[in-house]
Design a binder for this molecule. Structure first.
Ligand code: UT7
Length: 325
């Protein structure tokens, strides 16, 4: 018995902010952003949109493709670091929006690896027989965590949501294995103080810009490439699968240079490394399920294909899933 993905869905807010739009208020250029990151535009949530709204839309798309009624869901796991509130969990709000009354719903905080951590968690419930149908979501409004005066971070991120519906099924198709890692020793290289217990809200903190994302870009870059490569290789080796047998690798969409370097280290041709970072920028936990939905709906993944999903994020966290589609 395996957890099989039977539906994918995604949603990106209507508003698009291009690099040229950023040039109007930021000391940056389209040329710098495209050369260093491959990003051309990002979607930005409307003022009245919160993360649960994006997540609900993506979930509805995935449920529709799967032909599953929300009332049939046993479990909703959501990867996000930008939920509507510190509590309740964003997954609770999505459960209410969907009227998925039977489903246990909770959030996971693993930053950009959030979707893979969620997929792995749901997979364990499927394997033990506790769950028959699950919904795994990655959803973020990253543009509310960045300082729009800080050109080294604000140009990198975007908003969106992606989701998959899984069902326990017999046969060869489904999630073959998942692999997760954490290295908390270098958390300070990428974090958001937010209004956490170490940095409670204060007027001074707001004036100092203390609550925004902070990142040591160069160092994060190197860790990202190594982690994305290592965890993908681990997934292949665990299943005795060669790189040549893999149809598509869908890494976390952070930066085109990271995707290119990961492909090179993996010795995989560029056409096998999925990329849509130009259109969405880095949507954190939403990036892999948005990419997976796009690859699936455009016919880039076919039944029986071997697909690798690999993620890296603040923490540091990393994770991979090998799927027989
Ligand atoms: O999910 C994981 C999330 N994290 C990431 O994906 C980040 C990984 N890191 C990166 O992608 C890259 O390190 C960045 C894209 C963030 C930066 O690229 P870089 O090639 O490492 O540039 P840099 O930080 O070394 O900065 C080079 C120059 C600096 O100017 P000086 O000191 O050489 O005069 C920056 O001030 O580029 C400047 N710069 C910019 N210039 C124009 C930084 N941001 C910008 C900008 N526009 N937006």
């Amino acid at each position: 018995m395996k957890a099989r993905i039977i539906g994918t869905g995604s949603y990106a807010p209507e508003k698009v902010v291009t690099n040229s739009d950023l040039e109007k208020f930021l000391d940056t250029t389209d040329e710098w952003i495209v050369t260093r990151t491959g990003i051309k535009q990002r979607h930005v949530a409307a003022d009245n949109e919160a993360t649960s709204d994006l997540a609900t839309r993506a979930a509805q798309n995935a449920l529709e493709m799967a032909g599953v009624d929300p009332a049939e869901l046993d479990l909703i796991v959501m990867g996000s670091v930008t939920g509507d509130f510190p509590f309740p969990a964003c997954a609770c709000l999505v459960q209410k929006n969907l009227a998925a009354k039977k489903a246990v719903a909770f959030d996971l905080s693993a930053a950009c690896s959030g979707f893979i951590f969620g997929l792995s968690t749901a997979d364990q419930y499927h394997k033990t027989g506790r769950v028959k149908k699950s919904l795994v979501i990655g959803a973020e409004i990253m543009t509310r965590t960045v300082n729009w005066d800080d050109r080294s971070t604000c140009v990198l991120f975007g908003d969106g949501a992606g989701a998959v519906v899984m069902e326990t099924m017999e046969g060869e198709r489904g999630i073959l294995s998942t692999h997760l890692h954490t290295d908390g020793s270098r958390w300070e290289l990428l974090y958001q103080a937010g209004f956490g217990s170490r940095t409670p809200p204060s007027h001074a903190g707001i004036d100092e810009g203390a609550y925004f994302i902070k990142m040591a870009g160069n160092e994060v870059f190197k860790v990202a490439v190594c982690s994305l490569t290592d965890v993908a290789i681990e997934a292949l080796e665990a299943n005795g699968v060669t790189r040549e047998e893999v149809a598509l690798i869908i890494p976390h969409q952070a930066n085109q240079r990271i995707l290119d370097a990961t492909g090179k280290r993996l010795k995989v041709p560029p056409e096998k490394i999925f990329s849509n970072v130009a259109s969405y920028a880095n949507t954190s936990a939403a990036s892999i399920p948005i990419a997976l939905d796009e690859a699936h709906r455009s016919g880039q993944i076919k039944e029986g294909d071997l697909v690798v999903l690999n993620a890296f994020g603040s923490g540091f966290t990393s994770g991979a899933a090998l799927i027989r589609w």
